[in-house]
Ligand binder design. Structure first.
Ligand SMILES: CCCCCCC[C@@H](O)CC(=O)SCCNC(=O)CCNC(=O)[C@H](O)C(C)(C)COP(=O)(O)OP(=O)(O)OC[C@H]1O[C@@H](n2cnc3c(N)ncnc32)[C@H](O)[C@@H]1OP(=O)(O)O
Length: 718
């Protein structure tokens, strides 16, 4: 059905040209009787002309009904009077008239300011006020206010115009509320059109596309009697339209109770949350917007330490995959695809992702800061220890509510140690994650506090007093921290060289939790067959920083379902994670241990001596002659000029490889790669070929020379 305006009387102000003319023509073509108001002044509001006559003639020539009106809109009652005296009624008022007096703020005279406000804002009010009694009496009226993107966003040189145009939105909002019960609807149009107001301001090519007649149908639709919209702001240009909304973020409390004051420091600690628009929403009325303030006052009346440091954590498969990449999980191992591909049938979240909601809350909530009277900044903060326990399996997307609290504060002289508890719950209130995190604030010690931990602090546990059962090498990349930070710990210490210097480091360091994730990855691979559901908990202490590019050596000891571990920097043997352990629900030894972890990302070229000897023993048991022959295999370290500087003995009896001389003065246990070595020992693989293929991974400058006796076809030195 065509939208008709038969017997309706429409007043369009500023209808002598541009948008107003298009509105007038379209209304008339739809049966309306139109008052074509235009004083006929210049773009800046000077002088008068008979522009309205031309538009009226166009309408009449096309068979429509229209009369001109030459009153200034500032005397809006006269414009409305023209409609009443000529047509006996008014149904639609389109406040469109406008002029420009563009100048930068310092150069706007009082007159320029007042003139713009009079014509754009006051005139829209006085015409509306004059039409109001008629609208109210007939219980019907449609009003259009005209705003501008200059008002919504501001525009250089248009302070007066911008202010008036945003004022038009405010005026419309209240007119809409007051008129609703009388079926008087008021909406705002935000047009961008080629008109005398925009000529010379918009670039020519753009200007030519902004035909005003493309906007007129939007205004005409909004004014139809069947259109229910009221209080809307609609932007339109070049054959496109959209609604504009004011939205408000979720915001943040700036004090902890009604008795507290707001401090600038607290505001600073909450600034990210104040600026976070991820959960922004629109309120349709002042009442609705203010109701929320009631909730805030209720929260402040009943402060609870939990709600004070609480935040929602929304995550998707993208976050889960980004985290996995951040801790070096790579597609080079097909078994890792389940952590990297959302369509994989076993798509899973790597369990140490569970630290992310807590660390984000810590970074944004000011939780640790709240424990100390002294303020401190991120350049002083080092991650001290971390415990995380999974109470329920992690999903690959969802929403968790994380609550933080202070567990303990210690004075360690060189720094303050703040222990926080960070628990995450799903929307049903079930706890999913238990986190405990210590922050070492360098230089904030000596405040007279206690130095020993209370019994809520989960302790580290030293590893058993024996050689590690398994060692894995994990290479970090130069961009490890740059990638890891995208999971939510944006501490500049890990990316900004100048900031790192402030913290006393020669260059940015890797996040403690990244080193932690990489280490747990090696353990899950070795002792849980890469199955994330076997993970229960992990605890570590961060003892030294790690730099991107460092190769990590993870030493592991199995004690039942607990895997003790420590992580060192391979090149220096400096211990970076200590007193650490992973608790598993069950130990399932990897079917593809060390060498299945890809070299390019993790370089886990390690040797499980147990596995080697078990394998060799199993195979040679069937053939005692072979066993005898294998015993006493020697490995030599050969310098570049060909000298033998070290040698290693394969001691089957004791199931170890020992450093020493062939005469048997062994002193160091060497860990070498396993399956391939077994194959070499059993003569299934030529060592030279294995070495060339990169399958034989021997640490440092150790080259293989062999006296493999009858088992090898050659005794060549490599
Ligand atoms: C605000 C939001 C929260 C932000 C969370 C973190 C955000 C992340 O972006 C930050 C990071 O990831 S930083 C990277 C990871 N962490 C590190 O590299 C720290 C490495 N550790 C160190 O340098 C030192 O241990 C160091 C400097 C920590 C301590 O060394 P020293 O001052 O030499 O201390 P030391 O003499 O060895 O010991 C003094 C007492 O302190 C205890 N202690 C030492 N290291 C500890 C640690 N890491 N955790 C907990 N306690 C620790 C010692 O046991 C000793 O206690 P006591 O006197 O009672 O025996």
């Amino acid at each position: 059905m065509a939208l008709r305006f038969d017997n309706r009387v429409v007043v369009v102000t500023g209808a002598g040209a541009g948008l107003g003319r298009e509105y007038a023509l379209l209304f008339a073509s739809r049966g309306a009787k139109v008052v074509v108001n235009d004083l006929g002044g210049s773009r800046t509001g000077e002088g008068q002309s008979r522009a309205a006559d031309i538009v009226v003639k166009e309408i009449v020539d096309a068979g429509g009904v229209a009369i001109p009106d030459y009153n200034s809109v500032v005397e809006g009652h006269k414009v409305i009077e023209t409609a009443i005296s000529n047509f006996g009624r008014i149904d639609v008022l389109v406040n469109n008239a406008g002029i420009l007096r563009d100048k930068s703020v310092a150069n706007i005279s009082d007159e320029d300011w007042d003139k713009i406000f009079d014509i754009h804002l006051k005139a829209s009010f006085v015409t509306t006020r004059a039409a109001w009694p008629y609208f109210k009496k007939q219980k019907y009226g449609r009003i259009i206010m005209t705003s501008s993107n200059s008002g919504v966003y501001g525009n250089f040189g248009q302070a007066n115009y911008s202010a008036a145009k945003l004022g038009a939105i405010g005026l419309s909002n209240t007119v809409a509320i007051e008129g609703a019960k009388y079926n008087i609807h008021c909406n705002t149009i935000v047009p961008t059109a080629a008109s005398r107001l925009t000529q010379g301001i918009l670039p020519d090519e753009f200007f030519n596309q902004l035909k005003p007649h493309l906007i007129a149908p939007v205004v005409v639709y909004l004014c139809h009697e069947k259109t229910e919209d009221n209080g809307n702001i609609i932007e339109s240009a070049c054959g496109w339209a959209t609604k504009i909304h004011f939205i408000r973020g979720k915001g943040s409390l700036l004090r902890t109770s009604l008795d507290d004051d707001v401090t600038p420091e607290f505001v600073r600690s909450k600034w990210d949350a104040i600026n976070d628009m991820s959960e922004a929403r629109h309120f349709s009325s002042n009442t609705e917007a203010s109701a929320y303030l009631g909730d805030i006052i209720e929260k402040l009346k009943n402060p609870s330490p939990k709600s004070q440091f609480e935040d929602d954590f929304n995550f998707s498969s993208r976050d889960v995959i980004l985290y996995a990449l951040g801790i070096g999980i790579s597609t080079e191992d097909q078994d890792n695809l389940k952590f990297l591909y959302e369509n994989h049938p076993d798509f899973a979240t790597f369990p140490t992702f569970s630290v992310i909601p807590g660390i984000i809350l810590s970074m944004t909530s000011g939780l640790a800061q709240s424990a100390l009277e002294k303020t401190f900044d991120l350049s002083q903060v080092l991650h001290g220890e971390q415990y995380v326990e999974l109470l329920q399996p992690l999903t690959t997307d969802g929403k968790l509510i994380t609550r933080g609290r202070i567990v303990d504060v210690m004075d360690k002289k060189s720094g303050a140690l703040i222990v926080t508890g960070l628990d995450s719950f799903d929307s049903s209130g079930q706890q999913i994650i238990r986190n405990q995190s210590s922050t070492f604030v360098v230089g904030a010690g000596n405040f007279g506090g206690k130095s020993k931990a209370n019994d809520q602090v989960i302790p580290t546990i030293p590893p058993p007093n024996r050689s590690p059962d398994f060692t894995a090498l994990c290479k970090t990349t130069t961009d490890q921290a740059a990638l890891y930070r995208l999971s939510g710990d944006f501490n500049p210490l890990h990316i900004d060289p100048n900031f790192a210097k402030l913290g006393g480091f020669s260059k940015p360091i890797i996040h403690g939790l990244c080193t932690f994730g990489i280490s747990v990855r090696a353990i899950i691979k070795q002792y849980a067959n890469n199955d994330p559901t076997l993970f229960k908990a992990v605890k570590v202490r961060f003892t030294k920083p790690v730099y991107p590019g460092d190769t990590l050596k993870v030493e592991m000891w199995q004690e039942g379902n607990r895997i003790h571990f420590r992580t060192l920097i391979s090149a220096t043997n400096a211990e970076v994670l200590s007193g650490a352990y992973v608790d598993l629900f069950n130990v399932v030894k990897s079917t593809k241990p060390a060498q299945s972890i890809p070299e390019s990302t993790s370089n886990m070229a390690s040797l499980n001596s147990d596995a080697i000897f078990t394998a060799i023993e199993d195979k040679v048991k069937a053939d005692p002659a072979k066993a005898k022959a294998v015993n006493g295999v020697f490995l030599y370290k050969i310098t570049k000029d060909g000298k033998v500087v070290k040698e290693w003995t394969l001691d089957l009896k004791n199931a170890v490889v020992k450093q020493g001389t062939p005469s048997g003065k062994a002193d160091t246990t060497l860990t070498v790669s396993d399956d391939d070595f077994v194959d070499i020992a059993l003569n299934k693989l030529n060592p030279q070929t294995a070495f060339m293929k990169g399958k034989l991974k021997i640490q440092g400058n150790i080259m293989l020379a062999q006296k493999l006796g009858p088992l090898l076809k050659t005794d060549a030195k490599l």
